[in-house]
Design a protein around this ligand. Structure first.
Ligand code: AR6
Length: 177
């Protein structure tokens, strides 16, 4: 599923983010940036120990912010590590923090001349964010960024399972028709 937004594309695929050939892939990390399970574990396994070496020098990352490393053995050139909010029911500023993850990741992409970016579904695994709430926030944030910035040519959401893919497909259809 692919949608043209100004001069860029927003695309949804079901798959594994570690296999993407975009300039950068985004990692759903934690504040330590020192690895974990889920997509974070998969990225460190696929990229090799170099990523963790670089992460050790970054001093962690705040929730809602993002930091960049190279991508080791993966096809992508960079990994942008962002830290999503843990879901506490929706009243702990989770929506703003989740939107900030996508915005900050794209700002850092632009600063590093990255033109194509792949995102996973941040916070909807271990961090418990309901995917039906997270998907519209993710897509609306990326959509507004692409309307205002022409340097990014492609944002691809790489959704791991069918249920997550469907939630994003429904949310994308609801954006502008
Ligand atoms: N490619 C794409 N998506 C994936 C992959 C993959 N290879 N593997 C899992 N997913 P999660 P969070 C999906 O838990 O909720 C880590 O321990 C997964 O199915 O990876 O932000 C960190 O260190 C789900 O849809 O991230 C943090 O401690 C989505 O990625 C914590 O988990 C996000 O699930 C972050 O939790």
């Amino acid at each position: 599923m692919k949608k043209k937004i100004a001069d860029s594309f927003l695309e949804l695929v079901q798959g594994d983010i570690t296999q993407q050939d975009t300039d950068a892939i985004v990692n759903a990390a934690n504040t330590s940036l020192l690895g974990g399970g889920g997509v974070d574990g998969a990225i460190h396994r696929a990229g090799g120990p170099q990523i963790l070496e670089e992460c050790r020098n970054l001093g962690g990352c705040k929730t809602g912010d993002a930091k960049i490393t190279t991508a080791g053995n993966m096809k992508a050139q960079f990994v942008i590590h962002t830290v999503g909010p843990v879901y506490h029911g929706g009243t702990a500023n989770e929506a703003a923090l989740l939107a900030s993850c996508y915005r900050r990741s794209l700002e850092i992409a632009v600063e590093n001349h990255v033109k194509t970016v792949a995102f996973p579904s941040i916070s909807t695994g271990v961090y418990g964010y309901p995917v039906n709430e997270a998907a519209p926030i993710a897509l609306r944030t990326v959509h507004s960024f692409l309307l205002e910035n022409s340097l990014i040519t492609l944002v691809r959401f790489v959704l791991f399972d069918q249920r997550t893919f469907q939630a994003y497909a429904d949310a994308l259809n609801a954006i502008d028709g």
